[in-house]
Design a protein around this ligand. Structure first.
Ligand code: G1P
Ligand code: ZN
Length: 542
């Protein structure tokens, strides 16, 4: 029954910021998925006798890929695969299952916030026994295996039933199909004061959660409408679809336009939120106020102690380097550590495992804590609701009070998508080469204070990650970061991160793009984006 299939290495199977992402049709090509999965097995010392968690965000090809992976796990001797019903698991729920069940690792099928469908994107990610994305040392080993692969093993057997909860066998391996929501909901009940949130919702507080036709729909319905009593219909676009309804399941003001319009209308609900394809990202909006992910992280860090899971306070916080320093100010004021890591959740794993960080976040709408080893969209929404239930203030009121206490880090990210890879790489290389000469020079009226190619030494295991983004600091506290995306599937995406600090008490209510105009001009002066790329404006501003 075990078939050993001769194969040859396939170019480009290099995991990026978050697993391997390619066009769905690339993954569907003969042997493509199989090669990558066998390379994972080889890189982790095989799966013989191991227990793995398996599930994904439900995008096109999710069901087929799950069958292939289950058959490949069985062919390589895995003891058990725990699969979410219909092969569905949000990323944070998969992370929780790995930890809860003491599994050896897991495979998550997702391209996160990238569009789904036969002509869109697909992805495969390996998470380790701590529930977190494989660290660089392992992703590099996986890549090395893809370059040397000669054969893969798969079971020649009919598909297994992934629709019915319970245990079945696939060859000698047990396939255990579980409710994707139950364990995750139980974890949330432990962390948050559901009674207080329920009372808030019963007092007439209205919320709207946009699941963007992605995997969080069933989770949000069960928890927000089911366990917490939000009005039926509070969760919109709740049914996961293989193409996310044709949308772009990225919770930001551009792609969650409907929610923004609702929240800025005269009769807006009190609280709005959205999450992405695989449920690890979140967007928070109050009535008439959008909360940037960087600010959200800072507010959560300042108020987490109001939720039962965090009453002991935080040991530390961590943010990705491009994320604004708003949370640093909270950490300094409250006396806990603050770490700046490279972009990508995998860099938080060691800090969380070692108990050195309790909360982590990225400017790209990712927030999470030590409850799992992934960012967690619904968790962030529930922590916000818990804080709102405890403080009984509006989102706008909480933001105003936060800025008054800590000052405001104006922040925005400008993305230039699908650039010619050679042009984007040259832009970065040229600026990188000039970094040593920049301090003391003028950039459209701002004086450069520091300029570095960001490198990170992991404080736990000493591993070093280099070339993680160009970071330029200006006199007066403004900051500019440029890096190329590691998750795109078309050409190159240049991300320009802009930040300026306003200490207050005046100047806390400006329009962010206006407040950041000097930094935007400095970016153009330093990198020549328009001249080199021919683009006069970013494709996406968040
Ligand atoms: C993007 C985000 C990053 C996030 C990753 C996975 O990566 O910028 O913060 O961890 O998606 O969700 P990038 O495309 O910038 O490499
Ligand atoms: Zn995601």
């Amino acid at each position: 029954m075990i078939r050993t299939v001769p194969t040859a290495p396939i170019d480009g199977q290099k995991p990026g910021t978050s697993g391997l992402r390619k066009k769905t049709r690339v993954f569907m090509a003969p042997g493509y998925l199989e090669n990558f999965v066998q390379s994972i097995w080889n890189a982790i010392g095989g799966v013989s006798g191991k227990t793995l968690v398996l599930g994904g965000d439900g995008r096109f090809f999710n069901d087929r890929a799950a069958q292939v992976i289950a058959k490949m796990a069985a062919a390589s001797g895995a003891a058990r695969v725990i699969v979410g019903q219909n092969a569905l698991l949000s990323t944070p729920a998969a992370s929780n299952l790995i930890r809860l069940r003491g599994a050896d690792g897991g495979i998550i099928l997702s391209a996160s916030h990238n569009p789904g469908g036969e002509a869109e994107d697909f992805g495969v990610k390996y998470n380790g026994a701590n529930g977190g994305p494989a660290p660089e040392a392992i992703t590099e080993r996986i890549f090395a295996e893809t370059r040397a692969l000669q054969e893969y093993r798969i079971l020649d057997i009919a598909d297994c039933d992934l629709a019915t909860p319970g245990e079945a066998r696939l060859g000698d391996m047990v396939v255990e199909v579980v409710d994707p929501v139950a364990d995750y909901r139980a974890l949330m009940e432990k962390l948050f004061d559901f009674k207080a949130i329920r009372a808030l919702l019963e007092s007439g507080f209205q919320l709207r959660f946009d699941a963007m036709h992605a995997v969080t729909g069933p989770y949000a319905r069960a928890i927000l409408e089911g366990a917490l009593g939000a009005a039926p219909g509070s969760v919109v676009n709740a049914v996961p679809l293989p193409d996310f309804g044709g949308g772009h399941p990225d919770p930001n003001p551009v792609w969650a336009r409907d929610l923004m319009d609702t929240m800025f209308a005269a009769d807006a609900p009190d609280f709005g939120a959205a999450s992405d394809g695989d449920g690890d990202r979140n967007m928070i909006v109050g009535r008439g106020v959008y909360v940037t992910p960087s600010d959200s992280l800072a507010v959560l860090a300042a108020n987490a102690h109001l939720a039962p899971g965090y009453t002991r306070g935080l040991t530390g916080v961590a943010r990705s380097m491009p994320t604004s320093a708003a949370v640093d100010r909270v950490a300094a004021a409250r006396g806990f550590d603050c770490f700046a890591t490279p972009t990508g959740w995998k860099f938080f794993g060691n800090l969380l495992d070692a108990g050195r960080a309790t909360l982590c976040g990225e400017e790209s709408a990712g927030t999470g804590s030590d409850h799992v080893r992934e960012k967690d969209g619904l968790w962030a929404v529930l922590l916000w609701l818990n804080i709102l239930a405890a403080r009984r203030e509006s989102v706008a009121g909480i933001m105003a009070a936060h800025w008054a206490e800590f000052g405001r880090n104006y922040y925005s990210r400008h993305d230039y998508e699908a650039l010619d890879t050679a042009i984007a790489t040259a832009l970065m290389e040229d600026l990188r080469a000039r970094l040593p000469d920049l301090p003391g020079t003028d950039a459209a009226g701002l004086t450069v204070q520091s300029a570095e190619d960001f490198a990170y030494t992991d404080p736990v295991d000493g591993s070093v990650a280099r070339a993680q983004g160009l970071q330029i600091g200006f006199e007066g506290g403004a900051r500019l970061v440029l890096r190329l995306s590691g998750t795109g599937t078309e050409g190159a995406t240049l991300r320009v991160y802009l930040e300026r600090f306003a200490p207050g008490p005046d100047g806390l209510d400006d329009d962010p793009q206006a407040a950041l105009a000097p930094v935007i001009a400095a970016a153009e002066a330093l990198a020549g984006i328009a001249a080199r790329t021919g683009r006069t404006a970013p494709d996406v501003i968040t």
